[in-house]
Design a protein around this ligand. Structure first.
Ligand code: R5P
Length: 292
């Protein structure tokens, strides 16, 4: 196998190639003056099974070159194309929220499934879609970050209390609590707009001697975590640790979260970011071995 990627500087891409002991083939995209792109592979690097590692955090400019790469590899003789997209984009638009909108989670799934044979991803945002196979027609394998995150917590935090900021986060918070042998609390979130959320915290005074660990799959604008940190501090809790799986961090969300009163902001390396502290290379490599 060979690992092809446009993101050869990303820790997880490098770690994955190392864990699998396979060559990493860095790709560049040539942009023509008119904005069109050209992907070029070294044909001798094309193996029967090709892994393609893609960071889909800003999906629109990446997706077209990614599809071109897949088709180019296929033309050059690749028999099986496995997409490793640690952060799976477009999963949140899983219903028509307003009349006239599209269900882009479904459309994006159909598009990727046409070009690849299998997908490995980490904690996709499953909400109204309960299983990736409901929308992806290619084979899929989901890596759960919780096992690795639990190890990090055990090594770094005394007396943790896991907190999920909204009902969707319960699936991850509950699992993390099981693995760390701690209690968990789920808060209630009402989202008014992209950046405006309201969080209500139940009575949690009994946990004041614990370190709150806010755990969510995606940190995007940071609003969910920022508001939650404020609410927890108001309740007399210790400064919370914020752990996100996917460091999307739109705009200045990261700086705002750092200044919110959080003790620390830590993420997994599914998206290359300064906050990455939890390495998922070995968990993702295990999943690739199952599929490839
Ligand atoms: C959605 O429910 C997700 O699980 C996250 O809670 C959400 O994406 C966080 O977004 P933001 O950081 O913009 O509040």
């Amino acid at each position: 196998m060979t690992l092809f990627t446009f993101h050869s500087e990303h820790g997880l891409a490098r770690g994955l190639a190392q864990a699998l002991d396979i060559p990493l083939s860095p790709m560049t995209v040539h942009r023509f003056p008119d904005g069109e792109s050209c992907v070029r592979i070294e044909t001798e690097a094309v193996t029967d099974t090709c892994l393609v590692y893609a960071c889909l955090a800003q999906p629109d400019p990446v997706t077209l070159p990614l599809l071109f790469l897949a088709r180019t590899l296929r033309d050059a003789g690749a028999k099986k194309l496995v997409l490793v997209a640690p952060y799976l984009a477009y999963m949140r638009q899983d219903k028509r929220f307003h009349p006239g909108e599209g269900i882009t989670a479904r459309y994006y799934a159909e598009l990727l499934s046409e070009y690849f044979d299998a997908l490995v991803t980490v904690d996709p945002h499953l909400h109204r879609v309960h299983n990736l196979q409901e929308i992806y027609s290619m084979q899929t394998c989901v890596v759960e970050s919780a096992t690795t995150v639990a190890g990090w917590i055990r090594n770094n935090i005394d007396s943790p209390l896991i907190i999920g900021p909204d009902s969707e986060s319960e699936q991850w918070a509950k699992r993390l609590a099981q693995l760390t042998g701690t209690a968990y609390v789920i808060l209630q979130k009402t989202r008014h707009s992209d950046r405006e959320v309201e969080i209500s915290v139940p009575d949690i005074e009994q946990w004041q001697q614990h370190t709150p660990i806010l755990f969510d799959d995606i940190i995007s604008t940071g609003s969910t975590m920022i508001v939650t940190v404020g609410q927890l501090l108001e309740k007399g809790m210790r400064p919370p640790m914020c752990i996100g799986v996917h460091a999307v961090f739109a705009g200045d969300g990261y700086l705002q979260l750092l200044g919110s009163g959080a003790a620390q902001v830590v993420t997994c390396n599914t998206i290359h970011h300064d906050s990455n502290a939890i390495d998922l290379s070995s968990a993702v490599a295990d999943a690739v071995r199952q599929l490839a």
